[in-house]
Design a protein around this ligand. Structure first.
Ligand code: ADP
Ligand code: ZN
Ligand code: MG
Length: 480
C-alpha cells in the first residue's frame, strides 16, 4: 500500500505595530474603536485622494525580512490587486505582486529528538508589504461593514511547501510569533488578527519530488485551529485518494466550533485580479544608509540566544528554550546571572519555578516586574548564605514585588533572618515534643512518617525562620 506524506505551505499575514496605517495618518490599530471611527478619505477610498507610504512600515518589514534571512530588494514595487468586495472601498488592494520587498529566506524550527536535536529549515518564498481590507459581519439579518482596518499595515509572508505535518505547521507559527514579538514589529496576537494564516495542503507518495493539486484553508484564527484544520484536511485527502478520487483545488473554510472544513469556492486564478502597477506610488527604493543602520540594530535572534544560553551557561535545552521564549525574559535572566555570579542552573530553577509564575499571574513582561534581576540574585544569595531559609526566600520574592523594597531591608525590618542558633532550635523542638505526647508515642510505635508533622510544628513556632533541615535532623536525634 502506498504511504503518503503531507505537503504544506503557509501564507501568513502579519499586522505591523506601527503608529499609523500604511498610506494615511489614521491609527494602525483600531481594535478598541467603534466601527468606522478610524478612517479618513484616503483609507476609505474617496476619489481624488492619494496614498503616501509610511516609512515605519518599510523599516519594520525590512527588519523582519532580515531576521528571516531574506534577500531584501533595493527596489520593489506596489501593485493594484483588483476585486470587488464590500470591505474594500477602493475596489482594489495596494499590494506588492511581482517585485516584492524581499525574496527567499528561511525560519529554522528546533526539533528535540532521541537521536539528537536538530533544526528543520522552512524556506520562505517571498515577503511583501500590503494594506489590509475592512471587516464585514452579519447581525440581525443585516450585513454590516466596518472600514476601521482598511489600510492597516500588513506583511504577507509565503513559505515554500516545506512543512510536512500539522504539528510542524503549528511549530512554524509558534516560532514566527516568537520572532515577531522579539523584534517588536507586531503584537502577533492571533485572536486579534495580528497574525493570520492560510494553509495550503496536499499529499503525495512519501518521498516523491513532485507536487499534487492542493487545497487552501482560510479562516484559521488560532494555532490550535491551524493544527486541527490541517490534520482534518490531510485525513480527508488521504481517504479520498485511497477511494480513487482526484483532489481538486478547492478553497476551504475552517469552522472552528464544528471542527469541520467547508468548501467556499473553486479556486480563482490569479488572472482574475488584473494586477497592474500602482500608478499613485513611486517605486520603493531603500536608502542604503538607512537600511544599514536598521540591520545594525538587528538583535541576537531567539535561536541564537537559545544556543548561546546552552553553551555559555551550561543550561539544559529545556531551560534555554523557555528562558528565550520572550526577549524580555531572556534579558532578565542574563542580568540576573551577572548579578548572582553563582551557578546559572540554580538561577534558572528560580526563574522557571517562581519568576515565571509571577509573570504569568500578573500578566506582565519580565522587564516590568518590580522584582529586578538584581533583587532576585540577592535573594538567592541570602538563601545560599543561610541567612534566610528557602521558604522565606520564596516569600521574599513576593514581598519585594509588592513593596519594591530591597530584600536585605525587608529581612532586617521584619526579622526574617533564619534562626540558626542551635540551642534556640533545640529548645523549640523540645517544646513541640513536650506538648504532643500522643504523637510522640505513635512515632515511637513505628509511625515514623510523623516526622514531617513535627517539623511543621517547629517551623510554625519559629515563625518559619528555622532551617527545616536542621530541625528535621534534631527531631531524628531527639526521637531516636
Ligand atoms: P497559488 O496558486 O494558490 O497562489 P502559490 O504557488 O502562490 O499558490 O503558493 C501558495 C502557497 O501554497 C505557498 O505557501 C506554497 O508553498 C504552497 N503550495 C504550493 N503548491 C503546493 C502544494 N502542491 N501543496 C501544498 N502547498 C503548496
Ligand atoms: Zn485613513
Ligand atoms: Mg499565490
Amino acid at each position: 500500500m502506498t504511504e503518503y506524506e503531507a505537503v504544506i505551505g503557509l501564507e501568513t499575514h502579519i499586522q505591523l505595530n506601527t503608529q499609523t496605517k500604511i498610506f494615511c495618518a489614521c491609527k494602525a490599530d483600531s481594535w478598541n474603536d467603534p466601527p468606522n471611527h478610524n478612517i479618513c478619505p484616503i483609507c476609505a477610498g474617496l476619489p481624488g485622494t492619494l496614498p503616501a507610504l509610511n516609512q515605519a512600515v518599510v523599516d519594520k518589514g525590512a527588519l523582519l525580512a532580515a531576521a528571516m534571512h531574506c534577500a531584501i530588494q533595493p527596489v520593489s514595487h506596489f501593485d493594484r490587486k483588483n476585486y470587488f468586495y464590500p470591505d474594500l472601498p477602493k475596489g482594489y488592494q495596494i499590494t506588492q505582486y511581482d517585485q516584492p520587498l524581499a525574496l527567499g529566506g528561511y525560519l529554522d524550527l528546533p526539533v528535540s529528538a532521541e537521536a539528537g536535536d536538530y533544526v528543520r529549515r522552512i524556506n520562505i518564498h517571498k515577503l511583501h508589504l500590503e494594506e489590509d481590507a475592512g471587516k464585514t459581519k452579519n447581525e440581525n439579518g443585516q450585513r454590516l461593514i466596518d472600514f476601521n482596518r482598511c489600510g492597516a499595515p500588513l506583511v504577507e509572508m509565503v513559505t515554500e511547501p516545506d512543512l510536512r505535518s500539522a504539528d510542524e505547521a503549528a511549530q512554524y507559527l509558534i516560532r514566527l510569533r516568537q520572532l515577531l514579538r522579539w523584534l517588536g514589529v507586531s503584537e502577533a496576537d492571533m485572536e486579534k488578527g495580528h497574525l493570520r494564516c492560510d494553509a495550503n495542503v496536499s499529499i503525495r507518495p512519501k518521498g516523491a519530488a513532485y507536487l499534487n493539486p492542493k487545497t487552501e484553508i482560510k479562516n484559521v484564527n488560532s494555532i490550535t485551529a491551524v493544527r486541527a484544520a490541517i490534520q482534518t484536511e490531510i485525513e480527508r485527502q488521504t481517504r479520498a485518494v485511497a477511494a480513487g478520487e482526484r483532489i481538486e483545488s478547492w478553497t476551504l473554510e475552517w469552522d472552528d466550533d464544528a471542527g469541520v472544513l467547508r468548501k467556499m469556492r473553486s479556486k480563482e486564478t490569479e488572472a482574475d485580479y488584473h494586477y497592474f502597477r500602482e500608478p499613485d506610488l513611486l517605486p520603493l527604493r531603500l536608502d542604503p544608509a538607512r537600511l544599514q543602520a536598521l540591520l545594525a540594530g538587528l538583535p541576537e535572534l531567539p535561536l541564537e540566544r537559545r544556543a548561546r544560553f546552552g553553551a555559555q551557561y551550561g543550561l539544559p535545552e529545556y531551560d534555554a528554550d523557555l528562558l528565550t521564549s520572550e526577549r524580555s525574559l531572556s534579558e532578565y535572566f542574563e542580568a540576573a546571572v551577572a548579578a548572582y555570579a553563582g551557578d546559572p542552573k540554580r538561577l534558572s530553577n528560580w526563574m522557571m519555578n517562581d519568576v515565571l509564575r509571577m509573570i504569568h499571574e500578573r500578566g506582565v513582561a519580565a522587564g516590568e516586574l518590580r522584582l529586578t534581576p538584581e533583587h532576585l540574585a540577592e535573594i538567592i544569595r541570602l538563601v545560599d548564605a543561610g541567612t534566610v531559609n528557602t521558604p522565606t526566600g520564596k516569600a521574599l520574592l513576593e514581598k519585594v514585588q509588592e513593596s519594591g523594597r530591597p530584600p536585605q531591608q525587608i529581612v532586617a525590618g521584619e526579622g526574617l533572618a533564619q534562626v540558626s542558633d542551635a540551642s534556640q532550635i533545640r529548645a523549640i523542638c523540645a517544646e513541640v515534643l513536650a506538648e504532643n505526647p500522643e504523637q510522640v508515642a505513635s512515632y515511637k510505635s513505628g509511625k515514623t512518617s510523623l516526622i514531617g508533622w513535627f517539623v511543621g510544628q517547629a517551623m510554625r513556632k519559629s515563625g518559619g525562620k528555622a532551617d527545616p533541615q536542621r530541625v528535621r535532623a534534631l527531631f531524628e536525634e531527639l526521637l531516636g
